[in-house]
Design a protein around this ligand. Structure first.
Ligand code: HEC
Length: 109
């Protein structure tokens, strides 16, 4: 009985280690986990957990891709914000890498 218990524990450990070795994508993650993390932590409160909108406009279903055919233009909005609105400038709060990742994530919603 004792051996069986430790055996189960070993299987769980090996599975977790394999997950780390293969990478997060192989473990059911969407592929842009950095962008998703930044989005959920900083943007979802206004733009909705799935980008469907709220206090901020809807971003999902190709909305931002339509509005900003050039990725650079969308990145600029996120970096500089929209003056006079609740959309703040994220430059200084987020790194360039985080801004790129979150913009890419929004375009995938
Ligand atoms: C406090 C609420 C709030 C938060 C938090 C917020 N936004 Fe916004 N966002 C807005 C509002 C309001 C607008 C619309 C501004 C306007 O009137 O043009 C906007 C506009 C945008 C737009 C342009 C959408 C369009 O249709 O032109 C993008 C892209 C965007 N936000 C991305 C983000 C990202 C990325 C984050 C997180 C890093 C974020 N927002 C966080 C409120 C917010």
């Amino acid at each position: 009985m004792r051996m069986l218990t430790s055996g189960h524990r070993l299987v769980a450990l090996v599975a977790a280690a394999a997950c780390v070795a293969i990478g997060a994508t192989a473990c059911g993650d969407g592929g842009n986990s950095a962008g998703e993390e930044v989005y959920q932590a900083n943007c979802a409160t206004c733009h909705g957990a799935d980008g469907g909108g709220g206090a901020g406009p809807k971003l999902s279903e190709g909305r931002v891709v339509e509005r900003y055919p050039e990725v650079a233009d969308q990145e600029r909005v996120v970096r500089e914000g929209v003056e006079g609105t609740a959309m703040q400038a994220w430059e200084g709060t987020l790194t360039d890498e985080e801004i790129s990742a979150v913009v890419e994530y929004e375009r995938s919603l």
